[in-house]
Design a protein around this ligand. Sequence first.
Ligand code: FAD
Length: 474
Amino acid sequence: MKKSNLPVAIIGGGPVGLAAAAHLSKNNQSFIIFEAAKTVGANILTWGHVKVFSPWEYNIDKIAESLLVKNGIKIPIKKEVPFGKQLVNEYLKPLSEITEIKQNLHLKTKVLSIGRKGLDKMKNANRENLPFSIQVNENGNFNIYEAKAIIDASGTWQNPNPVGSGGVFAIGEKENSNHFFYGMPDVNGKLIDKYANKSVLVVGGGHSAIGTVLALSEVQEKYPKTQIHWLLRKKNVSDVYGGQEADGFKSRGELGIRIEKLVNSGNIEIHTPVFIHQFDKFKDSLTVKGITNNQEFVLENIDEVISNTGTRPDFSFLREIRFDADASVESVPELAELIDPNIHSCGTVRPHGEAVLRQREKDFYIVGMKSYGRAPTFLMATGYEQIRSIVAYMNGDFEAAKDVRLELPETGVCNSGIGGGGDSCCGGNGCDVPATNEDEDTSCDTACGTEEKVKETQSSCCSTTLITDNSSCC
Ligand SMILES: Cc1cc2nc3c(=O)[nH]c(=O)nc-3n(C[C@H](O)[C@H](O)[C@H](O)COP(=O)(O)OP(=O)(O)OC[C@H]3O[C@@H](n4cnc5c(N)ncnc54)[C@H](O)[C@@H]3O)c2cc1C
């Protein structure tokens, strides 16, 4: 088949991958979408019991919405804030069942590798004119598909960072994996028996950690012998309280208010700043070892560890693709300095689209959560704008592709010291995703704190009119 007649291949059936399907469908571009799990929104379903902080109006892509409306599907009330499972059941699943999308959706299909047909990464000859060749494991069968372009929206949630503070597994972490949960377990629901009356350690300083600690406190109310230990690399736990009343996303602000109350209640034990390097098994429990303020840290009798230390992209299936990722953030290169917690951009992530996301491998794009690499600050609305611009470009509408815009509410966090940095104005914690290890070490002063940066970011997180993408946590 002629390359131009081939479909665009989308990797991942999360909100951004499905938005891509909706936009391509609307523009009469043929596409094929691969989702590794048996359902769309699979990563979100792992935290389906968690309420997100952005209301529906920021969670539904505009073109997807028009498709839903056209097909007589009810749109959720815009001002309400859904749980993760509602995002999937009331938005992503209905969208995926619309005929135009359903007929091109391959569930239980994991992409194993992508390359140019018959050409390895080193070869130039006629490269751009060759189709992409995609190897998949489709329900146990190995198949090859061809595509004219690739949109990689495979997320990062399925690749959690290890607990070890150096970004590698701590000694004893893998060996005792039955004591570890990476992500946000349903501690007060399906998994209550695992956590009730146990000594539980939560590691991390982002909103996922906060959500987990708060949920554990509800378990503790019912089962008073439950002990909650919260370990952070930040200097002060108060650094995670965030914008609270000033946060434009009310749900996110409330998390900060509730966690401050809980910390002040004395019902949980806070360990900060701690850098973990080892877990030893003793009888049925774990001893945690690390460093705190240049001294040895030891915490005994931990039954369960819940890790909320961030996630990272999986590049393994892109081995034969010529793509670039930032050396530290692992994001699309041009986004890095805007979302790198070391720089503390305070929300200066400009609305961006095709031009920023363009890779040296022609017609190949990394989008969505994965485009942010290890930065924990991605919002769905950001991804929808990425997709709108890329599909406009594919459609030959270069003006529309260039005209990127995104309107998100202010969150007020910069003024109140939210932050991944432990002392940062924004850090990684303005979002409802776990902080990265890196983000816990960085300082506010490097960004919002300096005059130069303040000037640069006035129109975003640190001040008023937010036309930039404040998904970068602020
Ligand atoms: C706890 C939590 C709360 C959040 N709250 C908000 C919020 O309030 N508002 C907001 O805007 N954002 C929020 N986010 C951030 C973000 O918007 C979501 O994580 C969103 O799901 C990212 O969408 P995505 O499509 O990029 O990736 P994902 O939703 O992660 O989807 C990726 C999909 O790709 C599939 N996949 C992976 N690898 C392969 C492969 N090799 N082959 C085929 N398929 C593959 C996965 O199974 C998955 O279904 C939150 C995130 C978390 C973790």
